[in-house]
Design a protein around this ligand. Structure first.
Ligand code: ZN
Length: 198
C-alpha cells in the first residue's frame, strides 16, 4: 500500500481491523473520512473515545450502558422475577423492539464454544448464577439456535436445575443457526410465547 500516504495507510489498517470491514470497505471509509471537514472527523473520533470511556456493563444484567444500572434494570415496572438470557446486547435490543417482553435480561457476551476455546468462565455465567440467589421465578434461555447457542442453553439449564427455578427455552421458530438480531419481531414473539420447559 505504498502508493497511499502513510496516514491513509494507517487509517485503512485501523478500519480494516474492525469486524466485518474488509480492505476495500476500509479504503472507501478512509477516503471518505479524509474528504470530510475536519470537524466531522473530530466528531467521529471523539464519539469513539467517549463511548469507549463511558460505556460499561450494567451491574445487574451485564448489558452495555452509561450508568451503573441499565434503563431496563432500573425500570420499576419490569418484572424482575423473569430473566431472559441472551448472547449479546444486540439480541436484547431485538427483543426490546417487540415491546412485549416485560421481564429483565441477562447478557452473556458470547456463547460456549469448545471449538473456539470459549468455556463457561469466558462468558457472564457467574453473574447470572449470583442473580439467581435472589427471587427469580423463571429463566428464559434465548441464546441463538447455533451449535454454540444450543450448547450454552444445555449447560445453563443443567446448572440451574438444582436450584428448582423454572428454566425454559424459546421455541425453534427461530431458524437454525439464525442470529436473533436478524429475525423479525413476529417470529421472535412466537418463539417467546412457544417456549418450552427444560
Ligand atoms: Zn441491566
Amino acid at each position: 500500500m505504498d502508493y497511499f500516504s502513510g496516514y491513509i495507510s494507517n487509517l485503512i489498517e485501523q478500519l480494516s481491523s474492525l469486524p466485518g470491514i474488509g480492505t476495500k470497505t476500509a479504503q472507501r471509509l478512509a477516503f471518505y473520512i479524509v474528504s470530510q471537514p475536519e470537524d466531522k472527523a473530530r466528531h467521529l473520533a471523539e464519539s469513539i473515545l467517549e463511548a469507549r470511556k463511558n460505556v460499561r456493563y450494567c451491574k445487574e444484567c451485564c448489558t452495555l450502558t452509561d450508568a451503573e444500572k441499565c434503563p431496563i434494570c432500573s425500570n420499576p415496572r419490569r418484572d424482575k422475577h423473569t430473566i431472559m438470557v441472551v448472547e449479546t446486547p444486540r439480541d436484547l435490543a431485538a427483543y426490546e423492539k417487540t415491546g412485549k417482553y416485560e421481564g429483565v435480561y441477562h447478557v452473556l457476551h458470547g456463547a460456549i464454544s469448545p471449538m473456539l476455546g470459549i468455556g463457561p468462565d469466558d462468558i457472564r455465567l457467574k453473574e447470572l448464577m449470583t442473580r439467581l440467589a435472589g427471587d427469580v421465578n423463571e429463566v428464559i434461555i434465548a441464546t441463538n439456535s447455533s451449535l454454540e447457542g444450543e450448547t450454552t442453553a444445555m449447560y445453563i439449564s443443567k446448572l440451574i436445575k438444582p436450584t428448582g427455578i423454572k428454566v425454559t427455552r424459546i421455541a425453534s421458530g427461530v431458524p437454525v443457526g439464525g442470529d436473533l438480531e436478524n429475525i423479525d419481531e413476529v417470529t421472535l414473539l412466537r418463539a417467546l410465547e412457544g417456549r418450552t420447559q427444560l
